[in-house]
Design a binder for this molecule. Structure first.
Ligand code: ASP
Length: 417
């Protein structure tokens, strides 16, 4: 009882940090500030505080994913189960992304955000080449687990942890001892997550205050139609699609789901990074939603790496916006190509800030849009990145709950069922 009260307080404190950060940032931006505030507060205190918080979060990602996935896999004991879990999860991730990009295209075509947009000056954007598919596939398999961890290469860490977990299961008494060791280690790492959560209200405040002090809303005005089209589609997808899927596929309560998922939402919004949010997402789906570690430890890191519904929504709307701004009409075939490439691009997007925009060049190349068109939407991308990251991680958690329900992997205490 005492514990749940404390958790409530922490959530409230994090939300308060977020709200205060918004207010302070917007006020500073609105009133304008001199060199002193800029050097010592915005680029000083806010920056340092925010970066320390981000580093502490990132510090947790690799140990949490590695240890909890080894614990999860070694408790399953059956490699066929992992195959089934993987198939279901990837299938659902794909379906939600296809739905996201399709809704984005339909609404963007209806709203026509780019019609009448004046191309005042040529936009500038240095597009990077998207990696080749062959390389992407080969790179899933690690040749050096230490390197994979040092690089934070999530897919390689997942593959290594799964293999280790399977080996532990089949190693008899020795495996049992190591499994117990990892299980203890998992307890300790989750404590570490709780410790970092304690500084979260301040960290969230610093990150948000800095972004809004610097960013302001001025950049939105000329791009308002584009900006709000993305926001509306993100909202529709998060509320209606996820709630609908949770309810129809598993009979789970969407209201409870969103209530239990407030902490990760605040983290994703302030960090704009699905990856950095993994420890908090895992904590929320396991402790608050009641999903067993055997499912969540696999689906959450995988989702943070390959499932980016919010990113694909931005990419869909951005494609229509830029095409219209340049006076180009996209054929039905080209729209089909946008669906396929935006899905692939969002799978290839790493869960770190701003990469969705870089991967957008892959979609533009495919449909023959000018790459410098990406420069048109640069000014509002940071704000949209925060919002789409929220949708990205909410999608991972919703699919995790659906898969968990179908695998009967909910703890008895779960309040979603
Ligand atoms: N920031 C997003 C994420 O971490 C990726 C992106 O769209 O840039 O999920």
């Amino acid at each position: 009882m005492l514990k749940s009260k404390k958790k409530m307080t922490l959530t409230a404190r994090i939300l308060m940090g977020l709200g205060l950060g918004l207010i302070v940032g917007i006020l500073l931006n609105f009133t304008g500030y001199g060199d002193f505030i800029k050097d010592y507060i915005v680029s000083g205190l806010f920056y340092i505080g925010g970066q320390i918080f981000l580093s502490s979060l990132k510090l947790l990602v690799v140990p949490v994913v590695f240890i909890s996935l080894v614990v999860g896999t070694s408790s399953l004991g059956d490699i066929r189960y992992i195959g089934r879990l993987g198939g279901k999860t990837l299938g659902l991730y794909l379906i939600t992304t296809l739905l996201a990009i399709s809704i984005a295209l339909v609404i963007a075509l209806f709203v026509s955000p780019g019609r009448g947009f004046e191309l005042v000056s040529a936009a500038e954007f240095n597009a990077k080449d998207a990696p080749a598919l062959t390389k992407v596939l080969i790179d899933i398999f690690p040749s050096n687990p230490i390197q994979a961890m040092a690089d934070g290469n999530m897919l390689q860490i997942i593959v290594f942890s799964l293999l280790l977990g399977v080996a532990i299961t089949s190693a008899g008494a020795a495996g049992k001892r190591i499994a117990d060791f990892f299980s203890d280690l998992n307890e300790i790492v989750m404590r570490l997550v709780m410790i970092v959560m304690e500084i979260a209200p301040f960290g969230v405040f610093f990150l948000i205050a800095k972004v809004f002090a610097e960013q302001g809303f001025g950049a939105i005005v000329p791009l308002a139609k584009y900006f709000f089209t993305v926001v509306i589609v993100l909202f529709i997808h998060a509320i209606f699609v996820y709630s609908g899927l949770l309810k129809t596929l598993s009979g789970l309560s969407p209201v409870q789901f969103f209530k239990n998922f407030r902490n990760p939402i605040a983290f994703a919004f302030s960090t704009a990074s699905s990856n950095a949010t993994i420890p908090v997402t895992l904590e929320a789906v396991e402790k608050h939603c009641g999903v067993k570690n055997s499912v969540a430890s696999f689906t959450i890191p995988l989702g943070a790496t390959v499932n980016m519904d919010g990113t694909s929504i931005m990419q869909g709307v951005a494609t229509i916006f830029v095409a219209q701004a340049y006076g180009l009409d996209l054929s039905l075939t080209q729209l089909g190509m946008v669906v396929v490439t935006a899905t692939l691009a969002s799978i290839g997007t790493a869960g770190v800030p701003g990469v969705g925009l870089v991967m957008l060049s892959m979609v533009f190349r495919q449909v023959g849009l000018p790459l410098e068109g990406i420069g048109l939407i640069l000014g509002v991308d940071r704000l949209l990145d925060m919002l789409r990251t929220v949708v990205n991680i909410t999608g991972d958690a919703a699919v995790t709950c659906i898969v968990a329900k179908s695998e009967k992997a909910f703890g008895r205490k779960s309040i979603l069922c």
